[in-house]
Design a protein around this ligand. Structure first.
Ligand code: NAD
Length: 376
């Protein structure tokens, strides 16, 4: 069994394997072939990979006879020429945006597995790339905001007077939001947070932050299938807007992370609310790629509105390439190890397995995923 690890292109800094996972694959009896320079941007040299037991080669070398191809983002189908029919292509393939690439993978006979469609079940936690990368993004959002903010986070009592603590508000308390709260607290900010899922209230309190919640309004459950948020009632949205208006005017740093699967990100901060914030305040919108939680947010850009800096954060985990690669690489290794069959010396992916059914996009030349079939 040969496993290929691709070198990513464009702005991507991460790599889909690390020396530790190469050793694990070797322990399973697999041969790992890493594309030259694949780990460079994540501070992993070809020699590091070699020392872990991998061979290094060109794209054509690593693809030749590989039965498993590991990547971070979905590669251009043309760059996979020479890949063996039936090979597994495993990574963040982003099916909603890359429908044509998915069709091309199917035509090439590749079995494409989109790791970001991993179901949120206990068994899949260690394979969940969205969680591992969101956690880092939540941390980095707070650190990036600190570097832009022209004031300090913690309270400082000095001979020259007192510096007041920054007020940091986290909107959306999933994986990224929880890490943003924890990071803001560590840096000394006064942290508050809100979510539509009432279960998060206790989590906010346990991190020493203040929950800001709409109370006593119908349709506030906000908890949909699989632990994700669902859309809220109009009454709830109006009550939430009022609550945010009162709170946000007093905040210095706002980190927004609110997402609803399969829908545009909910709009949580309006232009009128921005106008009430103190000049020099900073917002980092982690939902930028899904349309943004903040009015005026532009994905991939930093803009100013009413003296407030709005960062349209995109793939923040890329700026922590070494840690992000380590967690991403382990997610992929955990998936392969869970399905590894000793007798056939490779993964066996049963059609009726909940994880396989959720992430498998293509097989034997066809699109096989229900989510993709219904959107066609
Ligand atoms: P997410 O990225 O889908 O959304 C981020 C947060 O935004 C969520 O907490 C959501 O409730 C919130 N949100 C949505 N609409 C909002 C609105 N209008 N106002 C305020 N907040 C809003 O969520 P996530 O980070 O993936 O995590 C959601 C939950 O799923 C968490 O409890 C997490 O622990 C759980 N989870 C479980 C697994 C697993 O068991 N394998 C994996 C990942 C996440």
């Amino acid at each position: 069994m040969k496993i290929a690890v691709l070198r990513e292109g464009g702005a991507e800094t991460r790599v889909a394997a690390i020396p530790e996972t190469v050793k694990k694959f070797a322990g399973l009896g697999a041969a790992v072939s890493v594309e030259q320079g694949a780990g460079e941007a994540a501070s992993i040299s070809d020699d590091d990979f070699k020392a872990a037991g991998a061979t290094i080669g060109s794209r054509a070398d690593v693809l030749k006879d590989a039965e498993i191809i590991l990547c971070v983002m979905g590669p251009e189908p043309g760059s996979l020429d020479g890949a063996k029919a039936g090979a597994l292509l495993i990574g963040a393939l982003d099916p909603p945006k890359h429908g044509d690439a998915i069709k091309a993978y199917a035509s090439a006979g590749l079995e494409a597995l989109a790791m970001e469609w991993m179901p949120r079940i206990t068994r899949a936690q260690s394979m969940d790339i969205l969680s591992s990368q969101s956690n880092l993004a939540g941390y980095k959002a707070v650190v990036d905001a600190a570097s832009i903010y022209g004031r300090a986070y913690p309270m400082m009592m000095t001979a020259a007077g007192t510096v007041s603590p920054a007020k940091l508000f986290v909107m959306g308390v999933g994986v990224a939001g929880l890490q943003a709260i924890a990071t803001g607290r560590r840096l000394g900010a006064q942290v508050s947070a809100t979510d539509v899922r009432s279960a998060t209230k206790e989590q906010i309190l346990s991190l020493g932050a203040k929950p800001i919640f709409v109370e006593g309004v119908a349709g506030i459950e906000g908890e949909g299938k699989g632990g994700y948020a669902s859309e809220t009632s109009a009454e709830y949205q109006a009550a939430q807007a009022e609550l945010v208006s009162g709170h946000i005017a007093k905040q210095d740093i706002v980190i927004t992370t609110a997402l609803i699967p399969g829908r545009p990100a909910p709009r949580l901060v309006s232009d009128a609310q921005l106008a009430t914030m103190r000049k020099g305040s900073v917002i980092v919108d982690l939902a930028a790629e899904a349309g943004g939680n903040v009015e005026g947010c532009v994905a991939g850009e930093t803009v100013q509105r009413h003296g407030v800096t709005i960062v349209g954060a995109v793939q923040l985990a890329r700026s922590l390439a070494a840690d992000a690669s380590a967690l991403f690489g382990r997610n992929l290794a955990n998936f392969l190890i869970a399905f590894w069959d000793k007798e056939s010396s490779g993964p066996v992916l049963p059609d009726d397995d909940e994880i396989v059914a959720a992430i498998r996009l293509t097989k034997a030349g066809s699109i096989v995923n229900d989510r993709l079939k219904t959107s066609q």
